[in-house]
Each structure stands twice: as structure tokens, then as C-alpha cells.
Design a protein around this ligand. Structure first.
Ligand SMILES: *[C@@H]1O[C@H](CO)[C@@H](O)[C@H](O)[C@H]1NC(C)=O
Ligand SMILES: *[C@@H]1O[C@H](CO)[C@@H](O)[C@H](O)[C@H]1NC(C)=O
Ligand SMILES: *[C@@H]1O[C@H](CO)[C@@H](O)[C@H](O)[C@H]1NC(C)=O
Length: 480
């Protein structure tokens, strides 16, 4: 009997959770003993694998609409990066009239070698937002890279920065020419500095290089180590620093808030090094699991929630922009959209963009040590704008637990909220799963928003309100 009661209590606790978690919303940015980060007007961007860029921009209907959906929220076209493994397999061919020239055995393959022509840059120039263009360093043909960079500078009014090489730590394994003698992090730093000066001076641009671009964890490969080797001549050519990141793991591990917070903390020292010399730090290529994603993890609602939480923990940590990788069209588990279907991660990118739209600062109200996250954004006057609540308890079926979140310090009498939800962490947008945000969905092929926008309204009493967020669910609360 006693045993049964204990079991019952245990079950009740699991379903309802211990009690409300409570967060005080500061009345003004930069108060309340919290840490605040300034926000880029469009922190969420995409990274298009180099050889796929022409397909995404000319032959995948969803692309521009998916990006325009974020522009509709922020007023700014999202940042785009063009690059990836195939950037270091590509050589510029000024004589080709094609965007890209390559052949593959199967449509799902990425080419082992390719060329691109001036039209590649002309096409990138048509994108209405900023573009980071990744060029080749691995082939050790600097004149070819300079020739392409000159066209980029001449054609692309939207050119934010140029990368010189992608993930150089893998060039020995990839048998790339520049690494054919010795190659390690020390040699790569000297090589980056040398190329930054030579390419920057050849194109007559300072503040133009996105340096770094490693995927292996810092500090061995990282901005702090690179910055320590740069003199003033090199630094004037560097616009900002970038790292890649693919945390991986099971759905549950990936979406757990404390895991994500810990993963992002791994970049703190590099971010601080960049900020200390007045430069930005970005996640230049990132997604859930490397190598195009994991079929059982990357296309799921759990991965969408990770996407959301990861973006917010990153911006809170002074990472200016996060570029989510879109790989081979038709062979990409983590893609936010494809030619025929939407991907679950798009919902995470969308809610994060909606949460930060128009905001000037972000803070995290929680310490990043539990399953329950709370973030707040602040407008230009410093007033709190929105709060985002996330319950990262893992739910795939059976009785669904929920977590009450209490917010205090509110000044309005009612607040509205939109919920990001699905029946399970394993729900998949590309397989008809029931993911929705504020009652709305994104349509396959077109990326048009569908359904009626639905807000929940709650009454604030004594500056306080409690929301219930189910396991594997998030709530965006609008304070204004
Ligand atoms: C566009 O994509 C379709 C479907 O994969 C393909 O058959 C076609 O060749 C592509 N067109 C261009 C111009 O790339
Ligand atoms: C700065 O460093 C580069 C190599 O990274 C070197 O070639 C150059 O001579 C240095 N300039 C000065 C002024 O020390
Ligand atoms: C982000 O940078 C600001 C300075 O702009 C600093 O006050 C804050 O502590 C930094 N945030 C983190 C999480 O390090």
C-alpha cells in the first residue's frame, strides 16, 4: 500500500512537476543583475552549401518566401552565407557562362570538384540581404581566389564578407594541396593571416574577411588563438570571426536546455576575444548533426525546439548571427525547407526570429542549468518587449507533463502569447506532423504561412501571471 502511494505520488510529480518556476522580468534593459547582449537586426540566417546556391535561389520555390517570412517580422532580409565543403573543391572559371559546372553520379551527391563563373556572383548579388561568400584556400591557388573575389567586390553590393577556406582542420584528411606538407592549427593561423592581407589588399577592401571558419572545438581551433597571432595589418582586413557547430546527439540530448547552454558556453572565450578587439563573432555554419543531419534526429520537432533555444542562447552570449546550413537539395535531414516539403527546424528559426524582431537587447532569465528556459527581449527604449518560455522535458507519447512558469514584474493588465507545439518530439513537418506556431503552419513547396493566427490571452494580477507550458513545447509571450 505504502509502495503504491509512493508510486502514485511519483507519477503525479512527473506529470505536474514540482512547482512553478518563477522569473522576474526586469522593468528596464541592463538592470536586475542579469547579463545583456545587443541584438543584430537579423540574427537568424542561412548558409547555402556552395554548389547548391544557384539551385536554392533559382529552382527551389520555398527559398525566397521562407526568408521573406522572417523579413516580414524584422524588416530586414535575413543574412545569407554561401560556402561549405564544396567551396574548397571549387575553382573560379572566368570563361564559363554557367553558375556552376559539375557532374555527380547521383542527384543526392555533392560534387568532388566544380567550377563557377562570374554569373555565380551576379546571382548572389540579386539577393536583397547581406551575403558572406566563401572562397577557396585549400587548393592553394591564391590568384584564382583573388580573381573571384574581385568579381564579388565589383558585382555584389550586398557583400558583407569573404571567407578564405572552410574548416581547414580537415584539409589533411581531405588531401587538399595547401596541407600537403605539414598542416596544423599554428600553420593555418599564419596561412589565414597571409591570405587575409594578400586578398584584402588585392581587392582594395579592409573590414572584409570572415576569419576562422573551423568546426573542431576551440581552443585548439578557435578565434582566441588566431587573434593572438594577428597584427594591426591583418586585423584591418578582418570584419568578424566565425566558427561552425554541429552539437549532435539524440533528440532528447539535443533539445535539453542545459545541454544547449553548455554547448554554447564553449564559445564564450572566443566571443570575448573578438569583442575585445571590437569585432563581431558569428556561427558561420551550423545545424543539429554534421554531415547533412541524422535522419532520426534532425527533421524532428525536438530539433526545431533545439534550433530555437540554441539561437537564443547564442545571441544571449553575444554571438551576432547564426547561419543554419542548407545542404544538398533533396538529401538534407536538417534543412529548414526543401523543394517539396518544409522541415521542422524552420519552426524553431521562425519563433526565434519573431521573439527577437525589432528588439535591441536580449537576456536569459535562467542560469542554463535546468530543463526550463526563459528569455526576455527589450526594445530601443529599454522596455521589456517579449518573453520566451521553453519546457525541454522530453515527450514522445503517453501522459504529457507540464511545467508552470510564473513571470513577475509585469506592468500591463493582460498579455498575449503564441504557442509552438506538436504532439511529440518526433513529429516531422516533412511527414505531415502536427507542428504549429500560434495555430499556423508553413506550406510545403511555397513556404507560405497558413491557418489563423491564434493568441492566448492571460490576465496579469499584481504584476504576476502563470503560464503552463507542456513538456516539449515553447510559448512566446508578447508584453507590448
Ligand atoms: C530544377 O530542379 C528539377 C528537379 O530536380 C530538375 O529536374 C531541373 O533540372 C532543375 N533545373 C535547373 C535549371 O537546375
Ligand atoms: C603583420 O603580420 C604579417 C603576417 O601575418 C606580416 O607579413 C607583416 O610583416 C606584419 N606587419 C607588421 C607591420 O609587423
Ligand atoms: C555580452 O557583452 C556585453 C557587453 O556588450 C556584456 O556586458 C555581457 O556580459 C556579455 N554576455 C555574456 C553572456 O558574456
Amino acid at each position: 500500500m505504502a509502495k503504491a502511494t509512493a508510486l502514485l505520488l511519483c507519477w503525479a510529480a512527473a506529470v505536474q512537476n514540482a512547482g512553478a518556476v518563477s522569473f522576474a522580468v526586469p522593468a528596464q534593459a541592463k538592470t536586475g543583475g542579469l547579463s545583456y547582449a545587443p541584438l543584430d537586426p537579423a540574427p537568424v540566417g542561412v548558409s547555402l552549401e556552395f554548389f547548391t546556391m544557384p539551385s536554392y535561389l533559382t529552382n527551389v520555390t520555398a527559398t525566397l518566401q521562407c526568408l521573406d517570412n522572417w523579413r516580414a517580422l524584422t524588416g530586414v532580409w535575413p543574412p545569407v552565407r554561401i560556402g561549405g565543403t564544396t567551396q574548397d573543391r571549387a575553382q573560379y572559371d572566368p570563361s564559363t557562362s554557367a553558375y556552376v559546372v559539375y557532374s555527380v553520379a547521383r542527384a543526392a551527391d555533392a560534387p568532388m570538384t566544380l567550377t563557377f563563373g562570374p554569373k555565380f556572383m551576379s546571382l548572389a548579388a540579386t539577393y536583397p540581404g547581406s551575403v558572406v561568400l566563401g572562397l577557396n584556400r585549400a587548393k592553394n591557388n591564391i590568384q584564382n581566389t583573388i580573381a573571384a573575389a574581385k568579381v564579388a567586390v565589383a558585382e555584389m553590393k550586398n557583400l558583407l564578407a569573404i571567407e578564405l577556406g572552410n574548416e581547414p582542420e580537415y584539409w589533411v584528411k581531405d588531401k587538399q594541396p595547401i596541407a600537403s606538407g605539414s598542416w596544423n592549427n599554428v600553420i593555418d593561423r599564419a596561412s589565414q593571416n597571409d591570405w587575409n592581407i594578400r586578398v584584402g589588399s588585392a581587392i582594395g577592401r579592409t573590414n572584409i574577411i570572415q576569419a576562422g571558419n573551423w568546426n573542431d572545438s576551440p581552443p585548439q581551433w578557435g578565434a582566441a588563438g588566431l587573434i593572438a597571432t594577428e597584427n594591426a595589418t591583418v586585423r584591418q582586413y578582418v570584419r568578424h570571426y566565425a566558427h561552425h557547430n554541429y552539437p549532435g546527439g539524440s533528440i532528447q540530448k539535443l533539445m535539453t536546455h542545459s545541454t544547449t547552454s553548455q554547448n554554447v558556453r564553449g564559445f564564450n572565450a572566443d566571443v570575448a576575444s573578438a569583442l575585445a578587439i571590437g569585432k563581431e563573432y558569428v556561427l558561420g555554419e551550423t545545424n543539429s548533426v554534421s554531415g547533412g543531419g541524422a535522419a532520426g534526429v534532425s527533421p524532428t520537432f525536438g530539433a526545431a525546439l533545439w534550433t530555437m533555444d540554441y539561437i537564443l542562447r547564442a545571441t544571449y552570449s553575444n554571438i551576432s548571427r547564426i547561419y543554419f546550413h542548407q545542404g544538398t537539395v533533396g538529401n538534407c535531414q536538417y534543412c529548414a525547407w526543401g523543394r517539396y516539403s518544409m522541415g521542422s527546424p524552420y519552426y524553431g528559426q521562425y519563433i526565434a526570429t519573431a521573439f527577437m524582431a525589432g528588439a535591441k537587447h536580449i537576456t536569459a532569465l535562467d542560469a542554463g542549468t535546468t530543463n526550463y528556459a526563459a528569455y526576455a527581449t527589450f526594445d530601443a527604449s529599454g522596455a521589456p518587449l517579449r518573453v520566451l518560455l521553453y519546457n525541454s522535458d522530453y515527450h514522445t507519447g503517453g501522459t504529457r507533463s507540464s511545467q508552470p512558469f510564473t513571470l513577475t514584474g509585469l506592468t500591463s493588465s493582460t498579455v498575449r502569447a503564441k504557442r509552438l507545439t506538436a504532439s511529440s518530439a518526433t513529429a516531422r513537418a516533412d511527414q505531415g506532423g502536427d507542428i504549429s506556431f500560434g495555430g499556423q503552419t508553413f506550406t510545403d513547396v511555397t513556404c507560405k504561412i497558413a491557418g489563423t493566427e491564434t493568441y492566448e490571452t492571460s490576465t496579469v494580477s499584481g504584476g504576476q501571471v502563470t503560464f503552463t507550458v507542456k513538456a516539449t513545447e515553447a510559448l512566446l509571450v508578447y508584453l507590448q
